[in-house]
Structure formats: C-alpha cells, structure tokens
Ligand binder design. Sequence first.
Ligand code: IPM
Ligand code: MN
Length: 368
Amino acid sequence: MKKTYRLAVIPGDGIGPEVTAEGIKILETIAGKCGIEFLITKYNLGGEHYNTTGEILPDTILESIGKMDAIFLGAIGHPDVKPGILEKGILLKLRRHFDQYVNLRPAKLYEGVDTPLKDKRPKDIDFVVVRENTEGLYAGIGGSFKHGTLDEVALQESIHTRKGVERCIRFAFDHCRKRNKAKKLTLCGKTNVLTYAFNLWERVFYEIAEEYPDIETDYAHVDAVCMWMVKNPEWFDVIVTDNMFGDIITDLAAMIQGGMGVAAGANINPDGISMYEPIGGSAPKYSGKQMINPIAAILAVQMMLETFGEKVAASFVENGVIKVLQNHLKSTASGKMGYRTEEVGDLVAGCIEESLFRPAADRKFSKA
Ligand code: IPM
Ligand code: MN
C-alpha cells in the first residue's frame, strides 16, 4: 500500500518559487520509488498576493492547510511591503497557529563544501540547534508610549512560559538521544543578565536532565556560544535555546556550514503539522534569475521525509545532496555554483535515480 502525504506548498516571495520547485522535483523523484506519494496543494501567499488583494493569510487558508500533513515553505519578504507585515502575518502566524514550538536547525559541513573557518573539517562541524519557536521576544507583546515624540518609550516583552520552555527542552533531550552522536546537550542562555527568563530555563534544563542520565549537559552564555561556534564548533552536538538567541546563532551556524544555500530548518509540532523551509530569505535581487542554491530547500525536504519516518527516502535524498556537493558544485554560493538553480535540482535528482537503480547490494551510503 502506498503511503500518501498531503503537502501544502507555499512558494512565497523572491526566490521562494524557484527553490521550492527543486524541492518538489526531488520529492517526485523519490516518491514512486519508495512507495510513497505526495498530494501537493499550492498556496499563493506573499508580497505579490498582498499587494494585489490586500490579503495576508486568511482563516480559510489556515483551515485548508490544517488538513495537510506538512507545509513546505519557500521564503517570505517583499521589497514593496513594509518589513514585519508578511513576516508576522504569514511566517510567524503559521508557526504559532500550528504550534510549531521547535525550530530544528542542523549545521552540518558536508565534504566538498567550503567553510570560512580555517582548518575546520566536516568532522568538526556537525551540530543541531533546537530553537524555541513560539515565545520569547517573538510573542509580539509590548507597546509604545508617547509614540513619535522625544519622550517615546518602547516596550517589547520576552515571554517564557514554564510549559513552553519545558516542551522545548524535552524535545532537545529526546533529539540528542535519537541523534546518538556525542550525546551532549548545551543550554545557550544569558543567566548572568536575563536572570528571570534564563533562571527558568536553567532550572527546567537540569530538572529534565535527571531523566536523561545518558546525555551530558553543558551551559554557555549566548555570547560565548558565538565565540565557540567560530573557534571550536566541534564542541557542540545539540544546542537548545530561546527564540531570539536561536534566530541569531543559527545564521552564524548557517555561515560556517557553507552559507544560506545549504541551510535548512524544520518548524516542528511533534503532534501536529510541521513546516520545512530553507532558512535563507527571499533574496529579491536574485528573483527569477536561477542563481540561488536549491540545496537548502532540498535538505528541508529531506528533514520532512525524516520526520515522516521515511528514513530510506530521506537517506536517498541526503546521499544525492552529498554527491552533488562533493562532485559537481564549484561553490555553494549563489551565482557561483557553476550551474543554474534547476540544474542543481536535476543533478541531485540524477544522483538519486542512479543509486535507486543500482542493485541494493551495490549501494553504499557514504556517511558525511
Ligand atoms: C528565520 C527568519 C525569521 C525569524 C524572520 C523572517 C521573521 O529570520 O526564520 O530565522 O526571525 O524567525
Ligand atoms: Mn533568522
């Protein structure tokens, strides 16, 4: 029996449509071969749609997406729309509406990919950030007083609930155990200054740690995490942190793994509908030029397959990516790959096809 997955695709703004097209190409390559199928519904959301209709993300669409198994998102952000409207109205709304309380962002340096860190190799850069994804400074709570005057006061509250912190930390411990690498979980906070918020994080972290005696625990302030990530990234296995710190350190993590062209993330609700995305932005100046690296979008698809429990399909995708990075791309940077966006998708699809048609006994899955 074929397993069917209903997938909501939101190509979004800028280069979103180009990279999601390559992700879908890979899903189509893998589907029939692995006994699965995808029923894709595309949703036209983003800056163009907003500018022509005034609509951002209507409830009818949320309801329709609510019937899907997962969401695959390209990018959100448009030069002709005031910053914040689409980000809050689409991306953050989806994360919150579907209670995708973890943003899982792996940083893995694959063979053949350049890192700006001197002397660091794939064995040194392989960690995952578990970013809390619905609270903190992203809760949108605050206000302004005497707005627009010289006496203006702006408040932006950082919200940390016991429930929110606990479920995120628990997910991180579970993920660290499942990943089964160094089995080390680092809490990234700022207990020396944010003494209320990170006191809560710290207490919950060590309380839950009792249930995971097989996992080594560690703590580092967020500024130190930035320092170590550059100097000794090999110290990290899994990092758990709040929403704002997670946003910032995952851009740094993306750079050391080879840039936005290869950085993927999953917005996860373990009991609901999760959303997968390349973590780079809409890059409007590259829009329609077929210059952006679609590997990040393809790795987002790989994370989706993994979360669905489609391990074989997921490893075919990852191995396709590994081969293309190692043997084909000149660089992972936009415009420097030596190929157009769609050609990179074709190359990955080709590598997947090739390994699928080889007899099982000949298949060698290289682990990066
Ligand atoms: C990300 C992005 C978003 C965030 C923006 C676009 C709202 O930077 O996914 O990391 O801050 O979470
Ligand atoms: Mn970000």
